[in-house]
Design a binder for this molecule. Structure first.
Ligand SMILES: C[S@@+](CC[C@H](N)C(=O)[O-])C[C@H]1O[C@@H](n2cnc3c(N)ncnc32)[C@H](O)[C@@H]1O
Length: 246
């Protein structure tokens, strides 16, 4: 996971024919993840799914691990003003500096969102249970020694533990708890994270999945995959028998 050294977004992001093009990083902090290739992949995936998202008319959108706020701000701009009324946005991050930077990014773009410093969505489960229509996550997915996971500051941005799955595996059950019956989870994964196993695991809980966007990583070691896991009707045969296995 490489980091951008400048506050400028990629040229093609600036050329995007939508309001996302106007997103500016108005604040930064050395311990906060600057938008990078994986952030761009996620926003590009959301953009490519914009028609579906608009049709979906989400009421509650949540980002876990918001970093600079680039993704949640983009999502809000992609959704624009919904005909059905307002959308409630919430974003979390374990890093307090990230929450401060994200607040400035959101404010600068006129987006109202609740920001919470917490581990994944801890403490929010009751408030958001089965209410979230869209969840977006660019998790720390790089395979690292387990002790680096959840470290203070910038290390928490990429440190994913064994197979890069430690934080992802914490997020999946939370997503299952928070997503509404029509909820969608957009998440970036790396080939090393075994995304097919993630999809299989979520299928057992009643989710369909599809890859929205896939790109090779800079080091050529694999690919970043922006995938969508969406709720589909929870057929009894999928929830019962299989839930015992999980
Ligand atoms: C790869 S960065 C992505 C930042 C931003 N969403 C983006 O795409 O540019 C991962 C973010 O997740 C946060 N994070 C790591 N572990 C977390 C956890 N257990 N709970 C909440 N946030 C976490 C990090 O602090 C970091 O801001």
């Amino acid at each position: 996971m490489s980091r951008h050294s400048s506050l400028e977004f990629r040229e093609d992001i600036r050329k995007m024919p939508y309001r996302t093009a106007q997103i500016r990083l108005v604040a930064s902090h050395p311990e906060v993840y600057e938008p990078c290739d994986d952030s761009f992949l996620l926003v590009d995936a959301l953009l490519s799914d914009q028609a579906n998202l608009l049709h979906h008319q989400p009421r509650v959108c949540v980002e876990v691990g918001c970093g600079s706020g680039y993704v949640i701000t983009s999502l809000a701009l992609i959704l624009g003003k919904q005909e059905s009324g307002g959308v409630y946005y919430m974003a979390t991050d374990i890093n307090p500096h990230a929450v401060s930077v994200a607040r400035e990014t959101l404010n600068a773009h006129g987006i109202d969102a609740d920001l919470v410093i917490t581990d994944v969505a801890s403490g929010l489960d009751k408030r958001l249970e089965k209410l979230v229509d869209v969840m977006v996550v660019n998790p720390p997915y790089v395979p690292t020694p387990e002790e680096e996971v959840g470290c203070d500051g910038i290390t928490a941005s990429w440190a994913g533990g064994e197979d890069g799955r430690s934080v992802i595996d914490k997020i999946l059950p939370v997503a299952d708890k928070l997503l509404s019956d029509r909820g969608w989870l957009y998440m970036v994964t790396l080939t090393a994270n075994n995304p097919s196993e993630i999809c299989l695991q979520m299928r057992r809980k009643g989710y369909a999945s599809r890859i929205v966007l896939q790109r090779s990583t800079e080091d050529g070691q694999g690919s970043m995959i922006g995938s969508l896991l969406s709720q589909f009707p929870r057929f009894p045969f999928l929830t019962h028998g299989d839930s015992k296995k999980n």
